[in-house]
Design a protein around this ligand. Structure first.
Ligand SMILES: Cc1cc2nc3c(=O)[nH]c(=O)nc-3n(C[C@H](O)[C@H](O)[C@H](O)COP(=O)(O)OP(=O)(O)OC[C@H]3O[C@@H](n4cnc5c(N)ncnc54)[C@H](O)[C@@H]3O)c2cc1C
Length: 217
């Protein structure tokens, strides 16, 4: 509900019913979901969002060592970034990104797995991949639109009326983003109350199934 370029209230649907939130400011921090939220703000010139796609690879194997690493090459982008996760049975899964994921967009799943395997065999030749299971995962990075579709140089925080739309650009920049959000908020008017009692007992949203369990099920 927008009037005069300002949000007057926001209706939220929860499991226990619908809620009408009336706030001084509305900070939209829903990542890729900001696009749809912005589309609800009729009459407000909301910032544009861009998506930069990735083709990540997951490899699962019993006994794989926990490994967190960034390979360095001659380019500004690391050829490979590895993090370790565990599926519901506790089996380790390496999540592979970096330049491998950025440059594999036109590859089929099979081709991308072949590239990942060749890179791992080159960088970590002592790891035995027999019996390993491989999958790929396509995902987007959602950010404020930037010329040429490049990564924005830093955090993005834009205020339109009483709506503040944000993208941290990198998770590591979330603390810097919170500083920008606090600067963008107007000081509350004297006597303005904060009443959260209506939200008591509102069900917490369910946790999603981890990627590792979905991909290998
Ligand atoms: C594969 C990959 C690797 C990355 N690696 C790194 C890295 O190494 N280092 C780094 O710093 N950053 C990294 N990033 C970027 C980082 O993940 C993002 O910058 C960061 O997660 C953005 O945080 P966010 O809270 O703005 O959005 P998200 O993390 O996307 O969170 C938004 C949340 O809002 C929820 N939501 C959406 N719509 C609605 C709605 N209408 N109502 C309520 N909730 C909603 C979503 O379900 C989600 O939980 C990576 C991103 C990807 C995709």
């Amino acid at each position: 509900m927008v009037e005069g370029g300002r949000i007057q209230a926001w209706e939220l649907q929860g499991e226990g019913g619908s809620y009408r939130i009336e706030a001084g400011h509305y900070v939209l921090a829903a990542g890729q979901g900001n696009e749809a939220l912005g589309a609800e703000l009729t009459g407000v010139e909301v910032p544009l969002m861009q998506r930069r796609p990735l083709h990540q690879v997951c490899v699962k194997k019993v006994g794989l060592k926990p490994f967190y690493g960034v390979a360095l090459g001659s380019s500004t982008k690391p050829p490979l970034v590895v993090t370790t996760h565990y599926d519901r049975a506790g089996v380790p899964v390496w999540y592979l990104g970096g330049d491998l994921a950025e440059t594999g967009l036109d590859c089929s799943e099979e081709e991308q797995i072949g590239r990942a395997r060749a890179l791992l065999e080159k960088l970590l030749p002592w790891v035995d991949w027999s019996g390993a299971e491989w999958r790929t995962h396509r995902v987007h990075r959602a950010e404020a639109a930037h010329p040429g579709g490049h990564r924005p140089p830093g955090v993005y925080c834009a205020k339109r009326g009483n709506a503040v739309m944000v993208w941290p650009s990198k998770l590591a920049l979330a603390p810097a983003l919170s500083d920008e959000v606090l600067k963008a908020l107007e000081k509350p008017k004297a006597g303005g109350g904060r009443e959260f009692k209506g939200l008591e007992g509102w069900a917490s949203p369910p946790l999603p199934e981890p990627l590792w369990d979905r991909l290998f099920s």
